[in-house]
Write a new protein. Structure first.
Length: 256
């Protein structure tokens, strides 16, 4: 493809360029048809899905891209993007829109978990996330309690989003092919169904519980929970045995 001859691959940024047009269409098809939708694309790279997104009607679009070379290429190839690209590190970026917005991207695999934590920081403003991840990360995000990949991201994201694993993406869909499988997921804001009022403490509790996941919660949560409270039988369990609702109850009872 001409696009791939116009810029360099940068391994330091975790770049693998999606060239499978069918996959591009399937990802873009997940964007909701909503009047005045505000959409931010994270890491548009060479514009694999960008070129289809900018054709959608009634869309307020921005892109966040750290790679100066890709920004220049995108602006030259798609002039409509000239005032729509924020040249910045997504992990340091301010919220791209006022009000509510959605997020889409073929996320750089080397920082995909950090991007999801960024989404959590913006959660009250984010309506949907449509993203491609390393399959292992995508499965972790969707995983139920009791599964060995169930962890911090599973609990924190499922507390605020309804999450669906959409489809796998073959390694051959990329240039160069990554050494890992990929998967696309969709997260829709569920509007805090567990009524979590102290998000910071909830996040601290979940991270501490999984910080020593082989230990019982009684041992893992010693730094946070008073000794007498740790006699509750729930602390006999390990972190991966608790559902999201269990973690919410635990935080409200013992770490509020």
């Amino acid at each position: 493809m001409a696009a791939q001859q116009s810029y360099r691959l940068k391994k330091s940024l975790g770049q693998h360029f999606l060239h499978d047009e069918q996959v591009c269409h399937k990802i873009v098809a997940q964007i909701p048809e909503r009047e005045g939708l505000q959409l931010v694309e994270v890491g548009p790279g060479g514009g694999a899905i960008t070129k289809y997104i900018i054709e959608l009607p009634n869309l307020n679009y921005k892109a966040i891209e750290i790679d100066t070379e890709k920004v220049a290429y995108l602006k030259a190839t798609y002039p409509v993007l000239n005032d729509k690209i924020v040249e910045e590190d997504i992990l340091k970026a301010d919220m791209p829109f006022e009000g509510h917005f959605s997020v889409i991207g073929n996320f750089p695999y080397n920082i995909s978990s950090q991007i999801l934590f960024k989404v959590l920081d913006w959660e009250e403003h984010v309506d949907e996330v449509i993203g491609m991840f390393q399959k292992e990360v995508a499965q972790r995000v969707c995983s139920d309690s009791g599964n060995k990949v169930y962890g911090i991201l599973s609990v924190l994201l499922q507390a605020f989003f309804d999450i669906e694993y959409l489809f796998d993406v073959d390694e051959k869909s990329f240039t160069p092919p990554p050494k890992v499988k990929s998967g696309v997921i969709k997260m829709v804001n569920s509007h805090n169904p567990y009524n979590i009022t102290d998000r910071k403490r909830f996040k601290t509790l979940v991270k501490t519980a999984f910080g020593q996941r082989r230990k019982t919660l009684r041992n893992a949560l010693k730094p946070l929970i008073e000794k007498d409270a740790l006699q509750d039988p729930i602390f006999d369990k390990r972190a991966e045995q608790l559902t999201v609702a269990d973690f919410v109850d635990l935080q409200k009872k013992y770490y509020s």
